[in-house]
Design a protein around this ligand. Structure first.
Ligand SMILES: [Zn+2]
Length: 255
């Protein structure tokens, strides 16, 4: 299965074109900046028993954070989530868990769910099956040593996977958790731009993709923490209830 989802989006044109840094960093995206917002292409992909793009269409929504944890923004994310009593799902990179192990412990202690996002954030369609297994198991073991839980939720780096990797990952006891709302925080959008993207595209059963900045992408982390309180307040006032991925989907959090 090809996965063109990452570059299939159109971008908020003003935010993108007004930012020379982003225009330089992502030149391949400039041609997509034609209209303010479009529906995320993942919106219409049905979930199956092992791969989920969204939950049931009740008024639940799930916030998910990839590239977890860093030491700068992760504490702020946890503080905001605690303030609003929201439980979220965090997809950790093994290398970042190793570097910021205390944050992994806090995520679990505070009642959030931690999932597996590989060790090094490689494109798993470009490495051997053996390497894929090693990337996932090394991360699983790292998190187990820190927090005593064995991850059962997997999010592929960049959202890329194919039939071979999909079967391998499922055989390892994982559910693949995709998303149907991309906040675009990874592009370094401002807080208001991220908030707008999420609120405009939200629908019942949404799985929202956001990021932590453990790879050193500070421009992504700032907008994320700026937007999070507004996203939560707006969606709560619209009647949404936030749930972790296992709660929303009715699947086990851990092995
Ligand atoms: Zn990632």
């Amino acid at each position: 299965m090809a996965n063109p989802y990452l570059y299939g989006y159109k971008l908020p044109i003003n935010k993108y074109s007004a930012n020379p840094f982003l225009a330089q960093k992502f030149p391949q995206l400039s041609s997509f900046a034609q209209q303010p917002y479009i529906t995320d292409p993942n919106q219409e992909i049905p979930s199956s028993g092992n791969i989920f793009y969204h939950g049931p269409t009740n008024k639940l929504a799930a916030l998910t954070f990839d590239d977890v944890p860093d030491s700068l923004f992760a504490p702020i994310l946890l503080e905001i989530l605690a303030r609003y009593d929201v439980k979220a799902t965090f997809f950790a990179l093994g290398k970042c868990a190793h570097q910021n192990s205390s944050m992994v412990g806090q995520i679990v202690q505070k009642g959030h769910i931690i999932g597996n996002h590989t060790y090094d954030h490689l494109d798993i369609t470009k490495i051997s099956a053996e390497q894929v297994r090693e990337q996932i198991l090394r991360t699983e073991e790292e998190i187990y040593q820190i927090a005593g839980v064995r991850t059962a939720l997997f999010r592929p780096p960049f959202g890329f996977f194919n039939d071979t990797t999909m079967q391998e990952i499922i055989a390892m006891g994982y559910k693949i958790i995709m998303w149907n709302i991309d906040s675009y925080d990874w592009m370094g959008l401002t807080g208001p731009a991220i908030t707008s993207r999420v609120i405009v595209n939200i629908k019942p059963g949404a799985i929202v993709l956001m990021h932590n900045a453990c790879d050193g992408s500070i421009e992504a982390g700032t907008g994320t923490v700026q937007s999070l309180p507004f996203i939560i307040e707006t969606l709560k006032s619209a009647g949404y209830v936030f749930a972790s991925i296992p709660t929303m989907l009715g699947i086990p959090a851990y092995k």
